[in-house]
Write a protein that binds this ligand. Structure first.
Ligand code: FPP
Length: 247
């Protein structure tokens, strides 16, 4: 196995590539007697801070799960609130993200999103494409199984057209056909709100990732707590299936 593809260089012992399942906005709001939309709004504000912290710490990439393929089953009103928040995030944050030299990329089923949101997302990607700082990947209408199905279909077409030899398909071929193509796999996946599930997030990419499940709901996940979780990762020994001396 080529470890370069699965493990990014640690920055000061911290993981270089981090992914977050931002869970618990609804519960955070309900516990305060607020509508769920207030939780999502608090979640956006938290995201802004965590992105800034990730950039300051010199992480290579941060991938956040904003909306899953399953989230379309939520009530229309909640879906509309989330779409409005995404739109606002893109419009309001583009200058700041560009200033911090972050590169933004969206992964997921774009064709299911409203056309104006798709356009704003594309503009943000274009505007930040040349930046050399943190890569922020935002997963919207994302599901790992949908992503893998898409990759399988794409490879099948290439095979059918004679452009891909089935015997030559290896792990790198699959990685290159995923929506995350070209991005280093996560070293650490964090999930907030105490739930211990993967929920169809980066299934292929997280094969060798460490996991951290934290109790705080996403709006309570402070930059200080984020640093603590990253530091606790630094203390872990990753062996990628080998024994210590071989890594
Ligand atoms: C999970 O909480 C969170 C979501 C489905 C949405 C995540 C979205 C944000 C943090 C908003 C901003 C994102 C961007 C990119 C602007 P939940 O609603 O599942 O909470 P619950 O499990 O307590 O009900």
């Amino acid at each position: 196995m080529n470890l370069d593809e699965t493990a990014g260089p640690a920055v000061n012992g911290l993981p270089a590539n981090v992914a977050i399942i931002m869970d618990g906005n609804g519960r955070w709001a309900q516990r305060r007697g607020l509508p769920r939309s207030a939780g999502h709004l608090a979640g956006v504000n938290r995201l802004r801070e965590i992105v800034r912290t990730a950039a300051e710490l010199g992480l290579e990439s941060l991938t956040v799960f904003a909306f899953s393929t399953e989230n379309w089953r939520r009530p229309d009103y909640e879906v509309e609130v989330l779409m409005r928040l995404f739109r606002r995030f893109v419009v309001r944050e583009v200058d700041e993200l560009d200033r911090m030299r972050a590169r933004v990329r969206f992964i997921g089923q774009r064709d299911r999103l409203p056309a104006d949101l798709r356009r704003t997302m594309a503009q943000m990607e274009l505007r930040t494409a040349g930046n050399d700082g943190l890569l922020l990947q935002v997963a919207v209408s994302y599901g790992a199984r949908a992503e893998m199905l898409d990759a399988v279909r794409r490879m099948a077409v290439e095979v059918a057209e004679g452009r891909l030899d089935p015997d030559k398909i290896d792990e790198a071929t699959v990685s290159q056909n995923l929506w995350t193509a070209g991005v280093t796999d996560p070293d650490l996946v964090i999930r907030t709100s105490g739930e211990m599930r993967i929920s169809n997030f980066l299934l292929w990419q997280s094969a060798y990732a460490e996991y951290a499940f934290v109790e705080e709901c996403w709006p309570d996940f402070t930059p200080e707590r984020f640093r603590e979780v990253l530091e606790s990762f630094a203390a872990r020994e990753r062996r990628f299936g080998a024994v210590s001396a071989a890594v």
